[in-house]
Design a protein around this ligand. Structure first.
Ligand code: IPE
Ligand code: IPE
Ligand code: MG
Ligand code: MG
Ligand code: MG
Length: 287
């Protein structure tokens, strides 16, 4: 996993900024990309390729695209009009380090670059690229991550929320981009329908688990370790799993999701060790 992490980080540095990029914009794009981060979405994609013995080169463009879209979503998520946070990946947020306009544009530029990279990918056939682009756009747009962010913002005004409404918000704002990393890995590895459906089941579980853990860390995490403010959800009146079911309830739900994710992997006839390690990491992480 460390190797795959270094791999995607090196590729991100090469591909984000071009010589025509205005200097301040390029700096802001690189500032957020280089600030670190766990790179979980690229790692999930490479883990699927590893599992099915597909060459990692096949996944390089997709891995970079996923991380760029994710990084843009964080820059915008932190803006004053959204969660209004000052710390991200252990550094001042983009709008704090630069200014709001630059942060908005850096996000726009990373989002656009992600699709440019996916379109320019020379390692895969046109047919595969189109399939990957369809999956990526669906997961990141209005019916995916952006839609989930909208629902998350609107829910701030609501006093009550049902567990299925909360699951839908989490599933979109966070789950979709994690789940699509696995779907894209499956497409690149020519998985069978049965393999793909178990990968989807695993992806849905770890996607939800990821945000349940994020909600827990917002309450009980260590600010220096998570690199973002603790208590942001309460300040913003967010609906979270901790608010819905309490710390213990959220922990139990997380354990259940982890068990379900590992069960899905049990139905795949390949070496799924890295995927099971990643699931445990997602549920047990402290950052
Ligand atoms: C944080 O994502 C935002 C959510 C979607 C919950 P990550 O926890 O993956 O953030 P980085 O990339 O490691 O900084
Ligand atoms: C945001 O969820 C998910 C995104 C699409 C960025 P959060 O608002 O809980 O993410 P953090 O806690 O700020 O990283
Ligand atoms: Mg948010
Ligand atoms: Mg936030
Ligand atoms: Mg959070």
């Amino acid at each position: 996993m460390e190797q795959y992490k270094s791999r995607v980080e090196a590729l991100l540095l090469q591909s984000a900024r071009k010589k025509e990029t205005p200097q301040r914009l390029g700096e802001a794009m690189m500032y957020s990309l280089e600030a670190g981060g766990k790179r979980v979405r690229p790692l999930l994609l490479y883990a699927v390729l590893d599992c099915f013995r597909t060459a990692p080169e096949k996944g390089d463009a997709a891995a970079c695209s996923l991380e760029m879209i994710h990084t843009y979503s964080l820059i915008h998520d932190d803006l004053p009009a959204m969660d209004d946070d000052d710390l991200r990946r252990g550094k001042p947020t983009s709008h704090r380090r630069f200014d709001e306009a630059t942060a908005i544009l850096a996000g726009d530029a990373l989002l656009t670059r992600a699709f440019q990279l996916a379109a320019d990918d020379r390692e895969n056939s046109d047919e595969k690229k189109i399939r990957l682009l369809q999956l990526l756009t669906a997961a990141s747009g209005a019916e995916g991550m952006v839609g989930g962010q909208m629902e998350d913002m609107q829910a701030e005004e609501q006093t009550e929320i049902t567990s299925s409404e909360l699951a839908a918000i989490h599933d979109h704002k966070t789950g979709d981009l994690l789940a699509v990393a696995l779907q894209m890995g499956g497409v690149l590895s020519d998985c069978t329908e049965i393999e793909q459906s178990q990968l989807d089941r695993y992806g849905r579980c770890i996607g939800l688990a990821f945000q349940v853990k994020d909600d827990l860390l917002d309450v009980e995490g260590d600010e220096a370790e998570i690199g973002k403010p603790v208590g942001s959800d309460e300040t913003n009146n967010k609906h979270t799993y901790v608010r819905l079911m309490g710390i213990e309830g959220a922990r139990e739900f997380l354990d259940q999701l982890l068990r379900d994710a590992l069960d899905a992997l049990g139905h795949i006839d390949a070496d799924t060790e890295i995927l099971s390690d990643l699931a445990r990491y997602i549920a047990q992480r402290t950052a």
